[in-house]
Design a protein around this ligand. Sequence first.
Ligand SMILES: NC(=O)c1ccc[n+]([C@@H]2O[C@H](COP(=O)([O-])OP(=O)(O)OC[C@H]3O[C@@H](n4cnc5c(N)ncnc54)[C@H](OP(=O)(O)O)[C@@H]3O)[C@@H](O)[C@H]2O)c1
Length: 308
Amino acid sequence: MRAITVRDRDAGVRGMTLTDLPHPHAAENDVIVRVHAAGFTPGELSWPATWTDRAGRDRTPSVPGHELSGVVTELGYGTTGLSVGQRVFGLADWTRDGALADHVAVEARNLAPLPADIDHVTAAALPVSGLTAWQGLFDHGRLTAGRTVLIHGAAGGVGSLAVQLAREAGARVIGTGRAADRTTALDLGAHAFVDLQADRLEDAGPVDVVLDVIGGDILDRSAALVRPGGTLVTISRPVTVPPDGARAVFFVVEPDRAQLTALATRVRTGRLTPLIGSVHPLPDTAAAFAPGTRTPGKTVIRVAEEAG
Ligand SMILES: NC(=O)c1ccc[n+]([C@@H]2O[C@H](COP(=O)([O-])OP(=O)(O)OC[C@H]3O[C@@H](n4cnc5c(N)ncnc54)[C@H](OP(=O)(O)O)[C@@H]3O)[C@@H](O)[C@H]2O)c1
C-alpha cells in the first residue's frame, strides 16, 4: 500500500516520503480502515511516540498522521462494536503507524461511526482538534454556562472548534490571536477578541477558564488572568507559573468514542464547523505541510475518493 513515512528525526517535514509498505496487520480488538482522509500535526515529528514503540524500540520508518476518516475493511480477533463496510472516524494510536496511508490498523475503541451526511474530509478535520477542544473546555476546564473562558489561538485548529463549543455551552467567550484572526474568531461566536500583538492580555481578565494552545510567555502571563477557583488549561507544556488559588492542567488528548459522536452530531446539525484550509492528495503531503506554505484552517490529506 502507499504510505507517507519518516525515518530521520532531524529532517522535519522534508523527510516525509511516499513509500510502498506492506498491508497492516489487524491485532486483537483492531479494525483495518481504508483511509479516505487524514490529518497531520507538524508537532508529531518531535514526539517520542513517532519514533519508538511503547517499549522504547525504534519503529522507523513510521507513518505519521493520527486522525482519520474512512471505511472499515477488516476486523481483528475479538473486535466488537464496528463492522466491515462501516464509515468511521477518530484517532489512530500514537505509538503505531498512523493514517497517512491507504490503510491503517486502529483499536476499534478509538473510532466512532461516521454519519452518512458528513464527508470524510470534514470528519478527518475533527478528531485531534475537536477532542482536544472538548476535553480542554469541559473535562479539564469544567466550563459551564455563564462562566467566562479565554481561548488562545481562537482561529486555529483547536481554538476555532473550542470557540464554537464554548459559545454553544452558554459561556462568555474571549478569543485571542493575531490581528488577522479577529474577524474569524468573532464570526465563530467569540464575544470579544484580544490581539496578542497589539492589546494588553492582562486587561482581558479575570476569567474562569483559560484554554492555551500557544505556550511560552503567553501561557506564563495567562496564569494571572484566572480567578480563584478557576482553571488554566494548556496543551502546550506543563505549567511553570501556577495561577493563584486556581488549578493548572496540562493534558494530551485522548480517544473518546462518545465525544466523537457528540462532535459529529453538532456538525450534522450545523452547530459546529471545522475550518478547513486546504485539501491535498497523499503524494503531496510533504509539500502541503512545508514551512511557509500553511493556509489558515486545517490542512487535510485526501487519500481516496468515496465511491458513489
Ligand atoms: N497536547 C495535546 O493533546 C495537543 C492536541 C492538539 C494540538 N496540540 C498542539 O497545540 C498547538 C496548537 O494546535 P492547533 O492545531 O490549534 O494549531 P494551529 O491551527 O496552528 O492554531 C494555533 C493558532 O494560534 C495562533 N498563534 C500561535 N502563536 C501565536 C502568537 N504568539 N500570537 C498570536 N497568535 C498565535 C496561530 O496563528 P499563526 O498560524 O498565525 O501562527 C493559530 O491561529 C500545536 O502546537 C499542536 O501541536 C497539542
